[in-house]
Design a binder for this molecule. Structure first.
Ligand SMILES: [Zn+2]
Ligand SMILES: [Zn+2]
Length: 278
């Protein structure tokens, strides 16, 4: 069963069918650091990042954005802020046509969008650099698709503190997409992001542990991401519970935690946006 539960995600939150991985990918232990140091790091990894990363909070209603974030919010290139669909709808209903957050008129063509991103990139804005990398990755906004350049750019963003860039680099190195496959390196990027509260990175660490047969550890990681509102982690816990590798109490705890997080992300505006198919 070990290949059933896979790390998920693509840069930019676009879903993809991940190839089956069944080899012993290294998690927090399989490196050459002294055992005590590794143990301390593993403990830190479990202790930190239980609160979601603030970058996934809508800057207008201050609620955390639903997961995956790319489906529940729109990125504005003017300020590189992601506004939830509920707030977008509310702004639209008030007749606001520009950016909901900074009021900048919306750029109409790719060249102006790219120019806005580059302006922030030139100031060393980590989020803008992260976003630029995604444009290279997919070949958008008039840029030629260039995965190695995307990886280079994510690396720069990660060094400047972009949590999402760590997540993307985790995917690139784990799957060897445009770079030499290096699973331990990929996992280390997810660990960095997970300790900052990046939900999908936390889920992926759990999936790697599961693939390694470390079910107890996998459930501990998924419990954290399920409680932050990630349904994929809840389902993963359910799957291992059905196979007898997690307890009923653990599944019940995950269900409750997930339900609470989902409830906290609800708002009248978001429900309205969902109803209207925004
Ligand atoms: Zn909002
Ligand atoms: Zn803006």
């Amino acid at each position: 069963m070990s290949e059933r539960i896979e790390p998920v995600g693509r840069p930019g939150n676009e879903p993809v069918k991940a190839p089956a991985q069944n080899e012993g990918a290294a998690a927090a232990g399989a490196d050459d650091r002294p055992a005590a140091k590794v143990a301390r790091y593993s403990q830190r990894l479990l202790n930190e990042g239980h609160e979601r990363w603030e970058g996934h909070r809508c800057p207008i209603c201050f609620l955390f954005i639903g997961l995956p974030v790319g489906e529940h919010a729109m990125m504005n290139v003017c300020c590189v802020k992601r506004v939830c669909k509920g707030c977008s709808l509310a702004a639209c209903q008030r007749g606001l046509r520009g950016c909901e957050f900074c009021r900048t008129p919306r750029p109409t063509d790719d060249a102006s969008k790219l120019a806005m991103i580059l302006k922030r990139v030139s100031k060393g804005d980590a989020e803008a650099i992260y976003h630029l990398a995604g444009q290279y990755y997919y070949g958008r906004l008039g840029l030629t698709k260039d995965v190695p350049r995307a990886v280079e750019t994510w690396t720069e963003a990660a060094e400047l503190g972009s949590v999402e860039a760590h997540y993307s680099l985790g995917i690139e190195y784990y799957y060897g997409d445009g770079v030499q496959e290096d699973k331990p390196r990929g996992v280390r990027h997810w660990q960095e992001a997970a300790m900052e509260g990046h939900v999908q990175s936390r889920h992926n660490i759990g999936a790697v542990e599961c693939n390694n047969g470390n079910y107890d550890l996998a459930v501990q990681h998924w419990m954290i991401s399920a409680k932050m509102g990630y349904e994929t982690s809840l389902n993963a816990i359910k799957e291992v519970f059905m196979k007898g590798q997690a307890t009923k109490a653990q599944y019940a705890e995950a269900l409750r935690g997930f339900g609470d997080a989902a409830e906290e992300m609800k708002s009248h505006q978001r429900e309205e946006a969902k109803r209207l198919g925004v």
